[in-house]
Design a protein around this ligand. Structure first.
Ligand SMILES: [Zn+2]
Length: 648
């Protein structure tokens, strides 16, 4: 199993390298990520290439059993590059140029950058292809980060992209509705970039997002092809930035990867990101796992570096790469702490690293064969996020965003110890019993067909408010809502709006009947066509309007949640959904303890993680084997901030 850290030999004197290599070996580290910001190291002057320092570092590490995950490096060019191409920095929304000394300060569409970045990445790939010290390849760093650009080159390239897509300007007018606020063009060359703050045309905003992400995917795909051509036996990865940034459709980007990778920085990162970046691939490599505190955040509590790393492995991580081995003494990230402190001494996080290294050495063979087996999925489209971001406004906006809805639902599913996959709505849904689609705002024919066939074949689909509102151009549908999903949902309505106060609901089904339910922030005024009412509003002028409905369609059912449920109510609603779909918790656990499961053909592993400060005793549902001690157990005691892995 991959176990390592981000390592920057260029930050430390050569005399230190051997000490680091020995310490890594002692900790069980088998691979380090190297090189993503090393362009000025290997090409200090234009055309003067020198790999000596990296070569020496790689060879030394290899002699201690530490392989390298080699990064390409072109998205952070050296200062000479900016001198040579003064119009190459990317330009922010306010027209300000960025420049050297920052990451990702370059325009991806600049012809000089395209040419020189392909040259330098090709040199790195050709130089290290076939090298026995290289474990795999990493395409640059955080692809998509910081490359929104509003320069003239980007504008012209965007116009070309639109012309190829829409063919004629009249076609674009029809799709975009440009007669609003005198926004019709006489030619593609008049189309601006959406850098005028709020109020950008929704279709323009969505197309610019699509354009940017395709630039990122093309960038990665070019490097992937070079790696596969020169070093076909090595795997390729890169680090997605969890689920929060929406700059790139990671599922499209993953076509340029053999293994999905991600950063994971608890507590700031939402756990949804682990399931989201794993997608449908069954595994994800954590390429930046939090060790010390990022910048001036709270210090990592003793024990938590190890526990968070296990938290990543439990639902499918195939390896851990801590960020980072040792914090730099200079530069913008001098306070982004690592396993070692600034002094480079062995302290408590190094001890945790050693402990985890020993545990992985013993348990990797058992864990590596397994992957999560979920019958529940959350589907969420980047296009829905982009489309809604273009228009969302008002004081309830934060509660209505696609991502916040996904986070809330995921959190409840985690509280209930459910294994969850999360991915794009175009993917195959046939293996799932329950699919929840938070705020599926943009629905095209492909999404509609995919959801319809899932339900027809017996699946339980849950839609939430604002579903099916716009088409693929971010234009509101010319039909009652939820648009293309009206038939399968068995509902049809035209009115909706924000709620100025919370409203009580009356549940009519199962566990919803006996619990207090409360709606907030939003109400779709649902009219049932074939659906039955599961809960309705009980206060004010909304009284009697359905808030939750359920429609039988084919062999399955579509549940529609037309409001935002308060925390406790969402919990009850998810319990009701689980019952409807017959999906079950992995294990009953006390408060502060969560269970995760990975399976293979021969056995299942249940990771029981105690996040609390107390010892927790758990009676198991049957006899298991403790994977670490091989004892047979029917009940376990989990120490504070610790875990037990059960095998059955
Ligand atoms: Zn640009």
């Amino acid at each position: 199993m991959y176990y390592g850290a981000a390592y920057y030999p260029e930050h430390w004197p050569r005399e230190r390298w051997e000490t680091d290599a020995k310490m890594m070996q002692e900790a069980g580290i088998n691979t380090v990520r190297i090189g993503e910001f090393a362009w000025s190291l290997i090409e200090p002057e234009p055309g003067k290439i020198d790999f000596t320092m990296l070569d020496d570092a790689l060879n030394l590490l290899d002699s201690y059993g530490v392989k390298t995950l080699m990064c390409t490096l072109s998205r952070t060019p050296p200062p000479w590059f900016y001198e040579k191409y003064p119009d190459s920095p990317n330009v922010n929304e306010n027209g300000r140029q960025r420049g050297p000394g920052h990451r990702y300060a370059i325009c991806h569409n600049h012809p000089g950058f395209i040419k020189e970045s392909k040259r330098i990445d090709k040199l790195v790939i050709e130089h290290y292809a076939g090298n026995r010290a290289i474990a795999g390849w990493h395409i640059d760093n955080e692809i998509g980060s910081g490359n929104s650009c509003y320069c003239n080159t980007c504008r012209k390239t965007f116009q070309k992209h639109l012309k190829e897509k829409y063919k004629t300007i009249d076609n674009l007018h029809q799709k975009w509705g440009t007669h609003f606020w005198a926004f019709s063009f006489s030619s593609f060359s008049e189309i601006p970039l959406p850098n005028n703050g709020n109020g950008a045309n929704p279709a323009l905003f969505l197309e610019y997002k699509r354009f940017l992400y395709k630039v990122n995917v093309d960038f990665a795909m070019h490097r992937y092809s070079l790696m596969k051509k020169n070093d076909p036996d090595k795997w390729v990865t890169t680090n997605f930035q969890q689920s929060r940034p929406d700059h790139t459709d990671i599922f499209d980007l993953s076509k340029a990867l053999d293994i999905n990778g991600t950063n994971f920085y608890p507590n700031g990162a939402h756990e949804f990101g682990l399931d989201w970046t794993r997608g449908t691939r069954g595994k994800v490599l954590i390429l930046e796992q939090r060790s010390g505190a990022p910048h001036w955040q709270e210090e990592t509590e003793p024990g938590m570096m190890r526990l968070w790393a296990w938290r990543s492995i439990a639902p499918g991580a195939c390896g851990i790469n801590f960020f980072r081995w040792r914090p730099c003494r200079w530069g913008q990230e001098e306070y982004w702490h690592g396993i070692l402190p600034h002094s480079g001494r062995k302290t408590r996080r190094y001890d945790e690293c050693v402990r985890m290294g020993q545990e992985l050495k013993k348990l990797s063979p058992v864990i590596e064969k397994t992957s999560p087996a979920s019958d529940t999925a959350i589907i969420m489209g980047y296009e829905s996020r982009w489309a809604m971001d273009a228009v969302i406004a008002g004081r309830n906006a934060g509660h209505l965003s696609v991502l916040s809805e996904a986070y809330k639902i995921h959190e409840v599913l985690m509280q209930k110890n459910l294994s969850v996959d999360a991915f794009d709505p175009h993917e195959d849904l046939s293996k799932y019993k329950l699919v929840i689609a938070p705020r599926m705002y943009l629905v095209d024919e492909n999404i509609k067909n995919n959801l319809t066939s899932f339900v027809e074949n017996g699946g339980i689909l849950c839609l939430t408010a604002k579903s099916g509102t716009v088409d693929e151009c971010n234009t509101i549908v010319n039909a009652p809502l939820p648009g293309l999903l009206s038939e399968i949902a068995g509902i049809s309505f035209d009115h909706y709006g924000a709620l100025s106060k919370d409203i009580k609901l009356k549940g009519n089904s199962g566990v919803l009947k006996s619990q207090d339910l409360c709606a907030s922030h939003w109400a779709d005024e649902i009219i049932c066509t074939t659906a039955e009412v599961i809960a309705e509003y009980e206060e004010g002028w909304h009284t009697g309007i359905p808030a939750i409905t359920c429609n039988s369609f084919g062999k399955g059912k579509v549940v529609y949640l037309g409001t935002v449920l308060k925390e406790d109510s969402l919990d009850v609603f998810i319990s009701w959904l689980m019952e409807l779909a017959a999906v079950k918790s992995i294990l009953e656990t006390p408060e502060g303890v969560h269970a995760y499961r990975r399976t293979c053909e021969e056995y299942a592993l249940t990771f029981v993680i105690n996040y609390s400060d107390e010892v927790k005793k758990i009676n198991l549902d049957s006899e298991y084997e403790n994977a670490a001690t091989c004892e047979k157990v029917k009940h376990i005691s989990v120490e504070p901030k610790d875990l037990v892995i059960l095998k059955r």
